[in-house]
Structures are given as structure tokens and as C-alpha cells.
Ligand binder design. Sequence first.
Ligand code: CA
Length: 219
Amino acid sequence: MRILLAEDDALIGQGIKTWLKPRGFETDWIKDGAAAYAALPCAPYDAVVLDLGLPSMDGLEVLRRWRRDGRTEPVLILTARDELSERVRGLNTGADDYLVKPFEPEELEARLRALSRRSAGRPTPVIRCGDVVLDQGSRMVESAGRAVPMTAREFRLCEILMSGVGRTIPKDLIEEKMGDLYEDASPNSIEILVHRLRRKLGQGFIKTVHGIGYTVPRD
Ligand code: CA
């Protein structure tokens, strides 16, 4: 998942980024409101974490402009405990959820996963394709009822392909969605991961669409 984080507090921003990275999130962290406003259309974000008190443009104004521009990305706002009216205004302005500072990073992570599932029209964290079941909540994959152990990168690729079942996912979009999990990898890493997933889930599970990318066919 790729997250846009707009937060000017260095400790909170770094804390969020550090927590999310090993859990399969790539976080683009921006500390300024106007820059955050400009950044949203620049990448395929799955969700936004938006602090309300930001330099140069406050969070509510950023949100108002995004919604005016027709941006539909799910937005979670961060507010201080005494900002009840701000919270209400945020929700009225088009925020999808909020967290009151201080919060536990586990809760932020869970809410981001829920927001991204809701926005993808999938209210449950379980995706099924034939015999293969992927649980985004527990991060487990089963094939024909058997648990299949996976590395973080294998799981992420499987999640990307199964989320788009029946569609061909271009290779560059896969790389983009792998985020930080991809950047550490070798040039042919997607091919290698696909090879490993086929060994674990069956040769026919992922089809290569030559020159474009990969697809998990609908059964
Ligand atoms: Ca702030």
C-alpha cells in the first residue's frame, strides 16, 4: 500500500513511517500543506494521513481542495484531543476517518487497511481466487486449505495480483505498488517472485501477459 502522509511533527511523522515500512506500506512523507495538496495526484495512493495543523495551508483547506478537485482517495485526519469541532468539520469536509493524538501505530495501521479495503469495494479482508485464499487481516495465504508460508514481498505481490483478479496488472504498476518492498530488490525481482508464487500456488495460478504484465485469471 502506498500512503501519502502530511504531518509537520518530525517525531510523529518518523514514527508513522518507521512503523508502516516493514508492514508493507510505502509512505511519502510531506511536512507542508501546499506541498501535500500538490502531491496527491502525482502517485497512485491507497490512502492519505492528514494532520490538520500544517504550515502554508492547513489540513482542512488541503482536504477541501482535494474534494473540490474530485480526488476520492480515502483520507484519515489526525487531530489533537481538544479539537472536537475540527474533527466534525474534517468529516463534513470529506474525511473518511480520524484519529486523536496521541494514538498507537497499530491502530493507525488497522484503520488504513480498513479504509483502503472499503475504497476498493471489498469490505472483507479475505480475497478468494479458486483454491487460494488470502487474508489481508492476518496476512496469511492458504491453498486448498493448507497454509502457504510467504515472505513479505511474495505476500505483497500475491495481494496485488489477487486484488485485481481477472485483470492484467502491468509490470510497472506492480513495481509501483510494491513500493519499498521493490526498491531493495534486483532488476528481475518481479519475475523471480512470480516464479516462487507459481511453485507455491500452482503453475497456472499466475499467467504471464507477454510485454505487459501478469494476471490471476478468474476461475
Ligand atoms: Ca501539526
